[in-house]
Write a protein that binds this ligand. Structure first.
Ligand SMILES: Cc1cc2nc3c(=O)[nH]c(=O)nc-3n(C[C@H](O)[C@H](O)[C@H](O)COP(=O)(O)OP(=O)(O)OC[C@H]3O[C@@H](n4cnc5c(N)ncnc54)[C@H](O)[C@@H]3O)c2cc1C
Length: 390
């Protein structure tokens, strides 16, 4: 029997079929066959989600065979890319045609469709998440057809599926809004958290990217700022924190230690007070936790299920080792996040039900209406999606 597990190993499944696709026609045929057989079908990209978005007992389809840049328009700063492309594989390929993602997350191991499925983001008060970069898409639907969508064609489908949770169809290709290639230079330093929190607003305002990790059981924060430069890349690249190179060379990091993670987005103005309460929680009740707390910023957008929908945002992430107890810690953090108006990252751990999701996302019922209209029998739902559906 086939076996699948996510990056951390925390989520494990034995689907009846674990398969691959290498073409759009193959994706469409698989969607139709699964639908006719009454099976659940979920695509997988890099398998880096901590939430059980992929798992089901029927069919899991690996999309990494649909990979690479298809075409580009340098004047418009856009490119079509295959939906299964890993982000690391796009960096240099886009750079060869003078283009780059405006921002990336902490790592570049995700597929582009997996990353846009969950609103994956980096840090930067003026920079939006990856879902907001989607200006066009092609999907293989449960009826065996391929459908295109954009702001001018099937526009509701485009609006809903920019952050898609894998629930609309197999994304075979995406059109992305990009920047001309650019170089970045990064800088890190350590400082007491109490000092940093007093100066944080100016670091966030003065730098293209700003983030910090705070290490519980210490007062030490590791701050990182990254800025654009017109100076050419310096090779060989130095280590993390001192790199000066093209954006795709500087933004991603190596994160080999297996962990789980909860992340919430809170309104930007509540970031520091929320962080201070998380710090107090750790000092008072979870003194064994060694894993850092990460603080980032995210610009507002208009993506229906985005955690930054219509509000400037701060994201705060808490982590725990894969073999260490996490639920009591995460539930206590979740209470604090919710009290600060937080919305959970779609790809990370949370304990919310469908009603709570509906209360947090003003376009929740619209998103489901559009989803249900193209997949009425629920081929692209899995147990987790059923657990939160209205
Ligand atoms: C070490 C680590 C670091 C991380 N860093 C960040 C970070 O900096 N910022 C951040 O925001 N998040 C971060 N994440 C979370 C991660 O970016 C998200 O969970 C992302 O969704 C994972 O992408 P993936 O390709 O692995 O998708 P998967 O986990 O494989 O899938 C995610 C969803 O996408 C769907 N999907 C994938 N491909 C397709 C397709 N072709 N068609 C239709 N549906 C599809 C799946 O069905 C599923 O619903 C990190 C996770 C880890 C483990």
């Amino acid at each position: 029997m086939a076996q699948w597990h996510n990056w951390s190993g925390r989520l494990q499944h034995k689907p009846q079929q674990l398969t691959h696709v290498y073409s759009e026609n193959q994706a469409a045929a698989l969607a139709l066959a699964s639908s006719k057989a009454g099976q659940s079908l979920r695509a997988v990209g890099g398998g880096h989600s901590h939430q059980d978005l992929v798992g089901n007992n029927d069919v899991i389809v690996d999309t990494l065979g649909l990979s690479g840049v298809i075409s580009h328009d340098q004047a418009a700063n856009t490119a079509w890319v295959w939906g299964g492309s890993r982000i690391f594989s796009l960096g240099n390929a886009l750079h060869q045609v003078g283009l780059a993602l405006p921002n990336q997350g902490d790592i570049d191991q995700q597929s582009i469709s997996g990353a846009t499925a969950t609103g994956t983001h980096g840090t930067g008060a003026k920079l939006q998440n990856l879902s907001s970069r989607v200006v066009g898409a092609r999907l293989a639907l449960a009826d065996g057809s391929l459908i295109d969508c954009s702001a001018v064609e099937n526009s509701e489908l485009w609006q809903a599926s920019r952050l898609h949770l894998g629930a609309f169809g197999i994304i075979t290709r995406l059109q992305l809004a990009l920047n001309p290639s650019f170089c970045l230079v990064e800088k890190t330093w350590q400082t007491p958290l109490s000092t940093l929190l007093q100066e944080l607003d100016s670091y966030i305002a003065d730098n293209r990217h700003c983030e910090f990790f705070w290490y519980p059981r210490t007062d030490t924060a590791q701050v990182k700022v990254i800025n654009a430069t017109t100076e050419p890349a310096q090779y060989p690249l130095k280590g993390e924190g001192q790199r000066h190179g093209w954006s795709y060379e500087v933004l991603p990091n190596h994160r080999p230690h297996k962990h789980t993670e909860m992340e919430y987005s809170v309104p930007a103005e509540s970031g520091i007070s929320c962080m201070t309460e998380i710090q107090k929680l750790l000092a008072d009740k979870f003194t064994d936790v060694k894993w850092p707390v990460e603080y980032r910023t995210l610009a507002q957008d208009d993506v229906w299920l985005s955690t930054a929908y219509q509000r400037p945002t701060v994201t705060i992430s808490v982590h725990q080792g894969i073999d260490e107890p996490d639920e009591a810690y995460y539930r206590a953090c979740e209470e604090i996040f919710l009290a600060h108006g937080g919305k959970p990252h779609w790809g990370k751990v949370n304990y919310l039900n469908g009603q709570q999701m509906a209360d947090l996302h003003p376009r929740w019922s619209d998103w489901w209406r559009v989803r249900d209209s193209i997949d009425p029998t629920g081929t692209f739902l899995n147990p987790y999606m059923h657990s939160i559906r209205p």
